[in-house]
Design a protein around this ligand. Structure first.
Ligand SMILES: *Cc1c(COP(=O)(O)O)cnc(C)c1O
Length: 384
């Protein structure tokens, strides 16, 4: 019997494993299961990004070890993006680091900031990686409960910062699809400054927004880089989930610590992937409007379809999900099981994102129209 580390043993069990196993069993016995659970962008890769990758792969120099902190070209492209998109200056030498996806950045940010026994504030509901990385550092999680009545934004007057050193936030939000105005990020920065916390803002859905909403950056708040970093990902915005690339910007000490950790753990992303990321950030941005309209159309279909099926959905302002309260008499898991067993539709039970998700399910916008219509029709058939 192998003795695994206590850090690993202390992680909560992967909540979706049971449901995924049932879905696999159903498929094996011939059921046509429609997956509305995965937040995995289904739109095809952008041709100019693929061309840049292909060209870089053919160049032997790109196959050498990359610089730990990222290539100068991608660090500079990240800074140009911040200037163009947010009107914010970022020093690529001190305030930026290339990541192997946002998830890697979140892991290393946690390890840069937290020791065993430390305390981090994590919203409930939230992307589960924040809490699991805090625990992997041997630190503790204090939940910050979010409420639907508050638009899933933090009510800072009710947050206890005692003993905490880090706050994680994410707008547009996975799983609720909530967006926030710039003032909310300003309030978060002020809160962190007043109480000596570091703010880690996850901006993985920077460009996936609806109804004309424009997502703010935390670095637009004056003085934010004294207390904050922001994690960016090309996965959703540039249809690049498989290439594993993103970048973090903000506080130079935190950025420097992430660079140091990367020199000990991963040595950075393949240069060719970084060249593709430069092509994405500097290239034509026309796909953004197309993607927003595809996802918004699916959002509207899903909101209408879920209502017809007896659920109570939010109308999300961004990200790739509809967050919906399950019908009376159900909780998240019982409804997800019913949807899978009786309709062959795989949903994500909200409890996987925190207790506040106990009676919600998350429905992803990443399924094509035909399959989506089929899935919504089947769910409507379950309505009492
Ligand atoms: C998808 C997602 C990520 C992961 O992004 P990668 O760059 O693919 O690692 C990070 N944060 C949130 C909130 C996400 O939904």
């Amino acid at each position: 019997m192998i003795r695994l580390s206590r850090r690993l043993a202390d992680l909560p069990p992967y909540l979706f494993a049971g449901l995924n196993r049932r879905a696999a069993e159903a498929r094996r016995s011939g059921a046509d299961v429609i997956n509305l659970a995965a937040g995995d962008p289904d739109l095809p890769p952008l041709p100019h990004v693929v061309a840049a990758l292909r060209e870089a792969v053919g160049d032997p120099a790109q196959h050498r070890y990359p610089p730990y902190e990222g290539t100068d070209a991608l660090l500079a492209a990240g800074a140009r993006y911040y200037r163009r998109r947010f009107g914010v200056g970022v020093d690529p030498e001190r305030e930026a680091v290339v990541l192997i996806g946002a998830k890697e950045g979140l892991a290393h940010a946690a390890h840069a900031l937290l020791d065993p026994g430390d305390l981090a504030l994590v919203p409930d509901p939230a992307y589960p990686v924040y809490a699991s990385q805090v625990r992997l550092c041997g630190a503790q999680v204090r939940s910050v409960p979010l409420a639907r009545e508050d638009g899933w934004m933090v009510d800072f007057s009710r947050v206890d910062p005692t003993g905490a050193s880090v706050l994680f936030l994410n707008y547009p939000t996975n799983p609720t699809g909530a967006t926030c105005p710039p003032e909310h990020l300003a309030e978060a920065v002020a809160f962190c400054r007043d109480h000596g916390l570091v703010l880690v803002h996850d901006l993985a859905y920077a460009e996936i927004t609806f109804d004309g909403h424009v997502a703010p950056s935390v670095l637009q708040v004056p003085g934010a880089s004294e207390v904050a970093i922001e994690i960016n990902s090309l996965s959703k915005t540039y249809r690049m989930p498989g290439m594993r690339v993103g970048f973090a910007v903000g506080n130079p000490e935190v950025v420097g610590a992430i660079r140091t950790l990367k020199s000990h753990s991963d040595t950075g992303q393949f240069r060719a992937v970084q060249a593709a990321a430069v092509a994405a950030l500097d290239g034509p941005q026309d796909h953004l409007d197309e993607d927003r309209s595809v996802y918004q159309r699916r959002r509207d279909r899903i909101v209408a379809g879920l209502k017809a099926a007896g659920l109570d959905p939010d109308v999300p302002g961004g990200a790739l999900y509809v967050w919906a309260r399950v019908p009376p008499g159900h909780h998240a898991v019982s409804y997800a099981e019913l949807a899978l067993d009786r309709a062959g539709v795989l949903l994500t039970p909200g409890i996987g994102y925190g207790r506040r998700g106990w009676d919600f399910v998350r429905v992803a916008l990443t399924c094509d129209d035909a399959r989506l219509e089929e899935a919504l029709g089947r769910l409507a058939g379950l309505a009492p």
